[in-house]
Design a protein around this ligand. Structure first.
Ligand SMILES: [Zn+2]
Length: 344
């Protein structure tokens, strides 16, 4: 084949751009949430009454984000179950992110197609196809991971459990050994008596959106900041065939820390701006980004990564991506400034 996908830039984990010379390199706005549950379902405060995501562990997470609404005041959101529901949810999050951008940036990214890559690797990325048209991609693995993070964090926030720790301990070591291992939440991690709780599902839904808001705020930034070199407004194509996307990830891209830091900065601000715009619905904070980057740090830690061992890891991003623990303070610093500029 003469043309390969011409440019791949800004993979969330891979953290890099692939130039056009590389051989192998390759919505709808969210509706107001329905009241979920049987008539008369008690609108009680969440049991632990958190003001927002409780970030783990305290030593790494000195600050709580600001959350404008108390959880008890929020309507319950429907459970997000299954791939089609999650893909549709991402389309809604992406639409909200784009709508909250300044006009100049909006013009650069509106209409960029979102494609779904079937690979189990946990990743999201921005790239250009053979015609130089921009696209955004989400892997099956990122939905697995975001769902698992959202479900376990929601459970832990509400009930004081430690299901996130149980999940990461059970799944992440295997992921670091075997690139085709799935990141999905195994049965048995969520206690059976808590599984059906509607507030748990609702909180997981909020967190799912919040994590994806940071993720795709980051990927959109790679396009409008010009890192991909292919953002030219409305894309004429529907995006590359997902079946061809896998080979993009077989190439180890060149790491570009400057571009990744810029995209992290923009990603945090995009999530916060879009979060503010969606009031009185749940306002996204930087918490989604912190949860996701902490998860990446946990993959590295539980996989025995970090330091020279990362260079031998079978997981590509452990060899190539920036230290996720260095990305957490950046996101938190950006958020602190944003909150000072947006009081109330
Ligand atoms: Zn990136």
């Amino acid at each position: 084949m003469v043309g390969s996908l011409a440019g791949l830039c800004g993979a969330l984990l891979l953290g890099a751009c692939v130039g056009s010379s590389s051989k192998t390199a390759q919505t709808t706005p969210q509706q107001p949430p329905p009241y979920y549950g049987p008539p008369g379902y008690p609108q009680q405060p969440y049991p632990n009454g958190p003001a927002g995501p409780m970030y783990p562990p305290p030593a790494q997470q000195p600050q709580q984000p600001q959350q404008p609404q108390p959880p008890a005041a929020r309507p319950l959101l429907a459970p997000l179950i299954g791939t089609p529901a999650m893909q549709q949810e991402l389309r809604g999050v992406l639409s909200e992110l784009i709508n909250a951008l300044p006009a100049q940036k909006q013009a650069l990214v509106r209409g960029i197609p979102l494609v779904f890559d079937p690979t189990p690797e946990v990743n999201a990325y921005a790239g250009c196809d053979e015609q130089g048209a921009p696209f955004l991609a989400a892997t099956a693995g990122i939905f697995d991971a975001v769902d698992a993070i959202a479900q376990t964090k929601a459970t832990d926030e509400l009930f004081g459990t430690r299901t996130y720790e149980a999940y990461t301990s059970a799944v992440l070591p295997e992921m670091s050994r075997n690139p085709s291992a799935r990141a999905g939440l195994p049965a048995g991690i969520i206690p059976t008596n808590l599984g059906p709780d509607l507030r748990r599902w609702s909180r997981a839904h909020e967190l799912f959106d919040e994590i994806l808001a940071f993720t795709f705020g980051h990927e959109l930034a790679h396009h409008y900041l010009g890192h991909t070199g292919c953002a030219k407004g409305q894309s004429p194509s529907a995006g590359p065939d997902p079946a061809r996307l896998g080979r993009l990830l077989t190439n180890i891209p060149v790491f570009n820390q400057f571009a990744e830091s810029a995209a992290d900065t923009e990603g945090a601000m995009n999530a916060l701006d879009a979060g503010r715009a969606r009031r009185p619905q749940y306002s996204w904070s930087e918490g989604g980004g912190v949860y996701l980057l902490t998860y990446f740090a946990d993959i590295e830690r539980l996989g025995g990564g970090g330091g020279p061992l990362s260079l031998l890891s079978p997981v590509q991003f452990l060899r190539t991506h920036p230290n996720p623990l260095a990305r957490v303070p950046l996101v938190q610093t950006v958020a602190r400034t944003w909150h000072l500029q947006h009081p109330g």
